[in-house]
Design a protein around this ligand. Sequence first.
Ligand code: SAM
Length: 209
Amino acid sequence: MEAIGAKQSHWDQVYTTKALEQSSWYQPRPSISLGFMQQLSVAKDAAIIDVGGGDSLLVDHLLDLDYQNISVLDISPKALEKAQTRLGTRAKAVKWILADAAEFDPTEQYDFWHDRAAFHFLTTEPDIQHYVQTAAQAIKPGGFLVMGTFSEQGPKKCSGLEIKQYSEQSLTETFAAQFKKRECYTIDHLTPSKSVQNFIFCVFQRNRA
Ligand SMILES: C[S@@+](CC[C@H](N)C(=O)[O-])C[C@H]1O[C@@H](n2cnc3c(N)ncnc32)[C@H](O)[C@@H]1O
């Protein structure tokens, strides 16, 4: 397992040198993720976590929509600091978690777990298995996991790092022991530099006991 320090330095460097709007993953409105939440009727008081949320605008949109129990986790202190600065006093309404998703030890349970383009940075089996087990323990029975990764038609690297691509089948198999697949979509994301990145997004539901 790569030391958290090396991963953290990489991402801190990215967030120090790049504006949000220049990042390949930038979305002014995370419509896919918000669409899933609407479709799943996620309650305003649901415990929501955005894993690898970075300085994504998802949290801003969730606050605008009056969601009351939001956590944002990231490995990069700089990313969290940027999001907090942008939100100003609204940042106080959010729980900020500095952690490596491969070593995360949650202290609460969630109704809705969101991960867009963070899980695919875990490339070793122990890291992947730790993440899957953590999600299974931390998501309430019947709760939802929305997972978006690069697809097998997508890029092989992001931000200079190797990623693991997934298909609907491989992503479903990865979470199959404790989650039921509800639906999956492939989606083309247009980056600010106008290149296309193909994602697979799946909605999983945590098995009830
Ligand atoms: C490609 S960006 C995506 C950011 C955001 N989810 C979005 O969709 O805009 C990947 C994010 O994952 C974070 N990240 C990468 N590896 C991580 C890890 N092992 N644990 C937690 N966060 C991680 C990075 O710091 C970065 O914020």
